[in-house]
Design a protein around this ligand. Structure first.
Ligand SMILES: [Zn+2]
Length: 411
């Protein structure tokens, strides 16, 4: 068992220890007789830092991850294998203090926030998750309103402002049962470590915590979402809260500049712009309909009937597939005698083949043949088919081929 120095002093970032074991597989790691490094557990993520061997010639080694082993040891994973470490070697441990402080702010912030949800709305926290950039708790509740989220955030920040003492105590399981803890861990352990936020929250926890709530700085609640057993609430505390608010402000400022508006007018401006887009799209749709109807009529008028059919062959430029398809549909509906072999060279080279209902060809098969020659992808039904090709180069030839194929396969 490794002696865990962080149980008694969360601010301890330097310590001396002796190497207990050196591990090489699957990753280089060491076990120490005592450590202040926190291993991932209870929702809190691991510390990083350095191990400095005592011998003057050895350089310090990066600790990249720390984990609990099943037999109660703390495993310190190292950046690279180290030759001069062996059981009995004296080392000095250094924990990255900024990362530790951030974790203390998040974890203590979580205790205050979880207690606030219990006090105000009797919503227990069923799990806590800490990531590198945000944290979340899962609340056991079927509903969670915006007002409840804001009230819990307000109470949590009042407790932080009051700068209440945060004590660590060790009690037996029997004693714990009489103290009215917010949470008792299910694992069988004789001694429990309690985190006591004076007159506000008492809970069993092995994490690293601030000494007074003021050190949390602030908590900022973010996204809430429904999860299987309740609601998930994302939050950030301390410097993370400031960094997050700064990023939000930058994003909003950039968006407001696009609209030449004030920050707080962005939602209104965005709504207005979306309404305009919707209205313009509607007008555009109507215009497309009118233009394609007229153009189809003109194409029909200039295409002579031959052998009981009008075969319209045309390549467009600067028209999208939707436009070409609309022309094909207008042509085949304005006359029952039409075969339309159409294409557009830009913005995206595309072929559209169509025939009036009742005509004898197979546009899908004709399209497949054209695609196999041009290296594109496409297909369709007997009366309407479409396909996209990688470049506009072979389009004219493909239309000629298709026209020839009609000649040879027509009866
Ligand atoms: Zn905790």
């Amino acid at each position: 068992m490794t002696t865990r120095l962080y149980y008694h002093d969360s601010s301890l970032c330097e310590f001396d220890a002796e190497v207990g074991a050196v591990i090489e597989i699957p990753r280089p790691a060491i076990v120490l007789d005592r450590t202040a490094f926190y291993p991932t557990s209870g929702g809190q993520i691991f510390d990083t830092g350095w191990i400095v061997p005592e011998s003057a010639s050895a350089s310090k080694i990066r600790v990249t991850e720390v984990a609990d082993s099943e037999d109660g040891r703390v495993i310190h994973f190292l950046e690279a294998p180290v030759k001069n470490l062996q059981p009995g070697t004296r080392v000095h441990g250094q924990i990255d203090p900024a990362r530790r402080r951030d974790h203390m702010q998040q974890h203590s912030g979580q205790h205050v926030l979880s207690a606030a949800f219990v006090r105000l709305f009797n919503m227990p926290t069923v799990s806590f998750h800490m990531a590198d950039d945000y944290c979340s708790i899962d609340l056991e509740t079927s509903i969670l309103s915006k007002e409840q989220v804001e009230s819990a955030e307000r109470l949590a920040n009042e407790i932080i402002l009051e700068n209440r003492l945060v004590d660590v105590r060790f009690v037996t399981r029997e004693q714990a049962a009489t103290l009215g803890l917010r949470k008792i861990p299910p694992v069988e352990r004789d001694e429990l470590r309690l985190i006591d936020i004076h007159d506000f929250d008492l809970t069993a926890c092995g994490g690293t915590h601030v000494k007074q709530t003021g050190q949390i700085g602030t908590v900022l609640l973010r996204k809430v979402e429904r999860v299987r057993q309740g609601w998930r609430v994302e939050f950030v505390a301390g410097q993370r809260a400031v960094a997050t608010a700064r990023r939000d402000f930058t994003t909003l400022t950039e968006t407001a500049a696009l609209f030449s508006s004030h920050l707080y007018d962005v939602p209104q401006q965005a709504r207005k712009a979306l309404d305009e887009v919707k209205s313009l799209l509607k007008q555009y749709g109507q215009s497309q309909d009118e233009v394609t109807t007229a153009q189809a009529a003109a194409l029909l008028a200039e295409t002579p009937e031959s052998g009981g059919r009008r075969v319209v062959v045309r390549s467009f430029a600067g028209r999208d597939m939707g436009f070409v398809k609309m022309i094909a549909q207008k042509l085949t509906h304005q006359s029952s005698l039409v075969i339309a072999l159409l294409a557009t060279s830009s913005p995206q080279p595309t072929l559209v083949f169509a025939q009036s209902p009742g005509q004898p060809y197979d546009m899908g098969a004709l399209m497949k043949e054209a695609m196999s020659k041009l290296g594109g992808r496409g297909g369709g039904s007997k009366d309407l088919a479409q396909g996209g090709v990688p470049n506009a180069g072979g389009i004219e030839a493909a239309l000629d081929d298709a026209l020839r194929a009609l000649g040879t396969s027509s009866s």
